[in-house]
Design a protein around this ligand. Structure first.
Ligand code: BGC
Length: 770
């Protein structure tokens, strides 16, 4: 029985441009992503959408051309490949082909059932000769078999009886649409791929990149047996031709399956990859649409079983959060070789790069609800550790690693270093997320095989990068100069608060886990040449890390020199000038106290015990005034912290924006792809914000603040082999142990002991600060 609260209906969306709809309804499974194009116009230059298929980790390189190529600048662009639209069809009615003479698409309807993953769309189309028919697509990207995409077309004549021919080409070269842009958040370049066909019963093409030397096999197969469908070629391109005789009474259905292989190294022996695709093609042969879909839907249901969030009291937020969570699930790489692009696998924005977004905004959701996926995402960082080591050497850092600010293959791809490479906090972000994963799962195997090396090598970087100051208020402290924090409207500063606080944590983690490894795997310490002296140096730098503070105004400073810059007058800036980055040279923005996104406040979010409420309130009020939220990563942080300073309306307002960012096209650029970090941020807002969950020394603690207009917030958390359900209502919060060993959680200092015998504990909230 379809559940309305899991469905995204096109009629309910205000924005309906083709590009926007392609993003909203994009399907994916961490390996592939398919934009929901209009299948008829998908590849016409007149069509304003950007149809395409993306494969995680399939990218090409191009040299970055600098006017002045300084030493150590990133060498290559890395750009995710835009592959052919697998939904595209060409029609021929009365001798008129839709790719030559446009057919009129009169109405479009779409419903995405996120409970099962099925996308159902209907297009009403009229030919230039006045014949009207409907084309219905049912499609899914399989959550059970990651190489699989299946689309079933159903076609029905409305005002005629007669013949219609349909062509489905298996083609890349003829589906290329060049485009240019002045918005740096968009992809600045596109790739040209080589296309060859393999001899096989189903058409299989190998797409290969020119510079990165990667290959990908893509197979197309008609599912079923139907004399009306024949496999031919058109201008040497394999093409299925379907000849139909339609009457209004009788619709025709035909189903195609795509098998999309793993990305392979062109130079390496590729039989394995081929067999991989052939196995999926064989699978397609054996399975009906219904069978393949049932397997996928079962995995989707399992996802919801563990990851759903129920909000009672606001149906649009309920839908918004489910939309965000499902898109996160669709975006996350699961093979230890890929992560989550900033736009998921739904568009070319940011060229398909992975940023700190994955670790700081999205990983918590996976750690607490789908820890296997979280492990795979951290596994990607471990896979790219050697590249990060090479980058550290290139940056004259003698020990440890420096992870790239933005990347696909593990190498730095940021051509603009002040807002790129200088964001060295990425190292500490990865260490923070690794620690969260380790603590929340207790996965000591991962600690031994990868986690410790991630934490150790990122910590080594700080020791080599920083120094003990000999002058001014910083004297005797460990300092990190010339860095850029998360706020990209302030660059190349000394002692960015967030960076220093995170580096301090990273160094302390190296000590903590070195001690742990001494007990459980001492040989690893020897292998990695960890000495007592190094341990002591980590401890001392952590202890003496400088954290800039304005003692007069009692404000945490974003960096050493922040108060000497004037405040930008955000209130009087014309609304049309936002985001400011599209209207001002960076150096103009850098001269002000002006934040693109939460920066110093982000550290308050991550380290709640660092400050009391009065300090947090001062910092919040101060930074809120100078923040534009031009980055979608900002609002969730302000929502969470508003709860901590007991400003419920603010918390609710920021959450509203964050949870509906893409569905309402809040940033105006959802057509370029989803804002994946913000989607993770909306989970954080609910769990860290409204439920007030924090993972402190004694374990999981909660400090609930349910918005007054909501009746209920329900979610589940996985924690060290257990799963607990949290049910927050206005009057009480209930914790239930669903499986696993006994556990004590804390709610407003009160311990709640949960055992399988007595699984539920309720805490009254009537006399709380809620
Ligand atoms: C933000 C970064 C973020 C990037 C990708 C930028 O606008 O400032 O913090 O990593 O987008 O989402």
């Amino acid at each position: 029985m379809a559940d309305e609260a899991f469905q995204i209906h096109l009629q309910q969306l205000k924005q309906k441009s083709p590009g926007f709809l392609e993003t909203i309804y994009a399907l994916g499974n961490g390996h592939i992503g398919v934009r929901a194009s209009n299948p008829l116009q998908g590849n016409s230059p007149a069509y304003s959408g950007k149809p395409g298929l993306f494969v995680n980790g399939f990218y090409d390189l191009s040299p970055i051309h600098y006017g002045e190529p300084y030493y150590g600048y990133a060498h290559n662009n890395q750009t995710i490949c835009e592959l052919p639209d697998p939904r595209y069809l060409i029609f021929e009615v009365d001798g008129v082909r839709s790719d030559k003479t446009p057919y009129n698409v009169e109405t479009i309807d779409k419903t995405w059932d996120m409970a099962s993953g099925l996308l159902d769309e209907t297009f009403q189309i009229t030919t230039p000769t006045g014949k009207t028919f409907t084309l219905t697509l049912d499609s899914f990207v399989s959550q059970a078999e990651r190489h699989l995409y299946v689309v079933r077309y159903d076609i029905r004549a409305l005002n005629f009886s007669g013949g219609i021919k349909i062509f489905k080409r298996h083609d890349y070269v003829n589906q290329q649409i060049p485009r240019a842009t002045a918005d740096i958040r968009r992809a600045q370049r596109s790739n040209t791929l080589m296309q060859t066909y393999l001899p096989a019963t189903a058409p299989i093409m190998e797409l290969s990149t020119q510079k990165s030397q990667l290959g990908l096999l893509v197979a197309l197969r008609f599912l079923g047996d139907d004399p009306r469908v024949t496999l031919t070629t058109q201008n040497d391109v394999p093409c299925y031709q379907i000849n139909l005789d339609l009457t209004p009474e009788r619709s025709a259905q035909f189903t195609f399956g795509y098998a999309i292989g793993d990305v392979h190294d062109l130079l390496a022996f590729k039989l394995h990859q081929q067999s991989n695709v052939e196995a999926t093609v064989a699978l397609l042969k054996e399975q009906t649409f219904e069978e393949a879909f049932a397997a996928s839907a079962a995995r989707t249901q399992q996802f919801w079983q563990d990851s759903d969030i129920v909000i009672e009291g606001d149906s649009s937020l309920q839908k918004g959060i489910r939309f965000n969570l499902y898109h996160l699930f669709q975006a996350a790489g699961r093979d230890h070789l890929t992560a989550i692009p900033a736009k998921g696998l739904t568009g070319t924005g940011y060229e398909g790069h992975y940023f700190w977004d994955t670790e700081m905004y999205m990983l918590p959701f996976f750690i607490y609800t789908q820890p296997e996926i979280a492990k795979a995402l951290l596994g990607y960082r471990y896979t790219t550790l050697p590249a990060a080591g090479r980058r550290a050497r290139e940056m004259a850092i003698s020990a440890g690693v420096l992870f790239p600010w933005r990347t696909i293959n593990g190498e730095e791809a940021s051509a603009y270093y002040p807002a790129g490479t200088a964001q060295i906090h990425i190292n500490a972000d990865i260490a923070y997320a690794t620690d969260l994963y380790l603590r929340a799962t207790g996965d000591t195997d991962f600690l031994k095989s990868a986690g410790f090396e991630l934490i150790l090598n990122t910590a080594r970087f700080w020791l080599a990068y920083g120094n003990y100051a000999t002058y001014g208020p910083q004297r005797g402290h460990f300092v990190l100069n010339r860095v850029t924090g998360p706020d990209e409207y302030t660059a190349m500063v000394d002692n960015n608060y967030y960076t220093n606080r995170m580096a301090k944590n990273n160094l302390a983690l190296a000590v903590k886990y070195a001690d742990k490894m001494a007990k459980i795997a001492p040989e690893k310490l020897t292998d990695l040449a960890v000495t007592q002296d190094e341990r002591a140096a980590f401890a001392e730098a952590a202890d003496k890390m400088y954290l800039p503070y304005d003692a007069k105004h009692k404000i945490k400073l974003q960096d050493d020199n922040a108060p000497n810059r004037p405040q930008f007058d955000i209130a009087h800036e014309p609304a049309t000038n936002f985001p400011l980055l599209l209207h001002y040279h960076p150096l103009v923005l850098y001269r002000y106290q002006l934040n693109k996104q939460a920066d110093t406040l982000m550290s308050a979010l991550l380290f709640p015990l660092d400050q009391d409420e009065a300090q947090l309130k001062r910092d919040y009020d101060y930074y809120e005034k100078i923040t534009t939220h031009d980055s979608s990563l900002s609002r969730a942080v302000f929502s969470i912290l508003a709860n901590r300073i007991h400003q419920p309306q603010k918390a609710a307002d920021y959450f509203m924006d964050s949870s509906l960012t893409d569905l309402t096209d809040l940033q105006g650029n959802s057509e370029d792809g989803i804002h994946a970090a913000n989607m993770g941020g909306s989970w954080l807002s609910l769990v860290y914000g409204f439920a007030g969950m924090h993972y402190g020394k004694s374990g999981l603690t909660f400090a609930p603040h349910l918005p007054t207009s909501w009746q209920r917030l329900k979610f589940k958390i996985k924690y060290r082999g257990r799963q607990i359900a949290v049910d927050l209502q206005q009057a009480a919060i209930t914790f239930t142990l669903l499986h696993g060993k006994p556990l004590t959680v804390y709610c407003q200092q009160e311990p709640c002991e949960l055992t399988l015998k007595n699984p539920s504990k309720q805490v009254s909230l009537t006399d709380s600060t809620n």
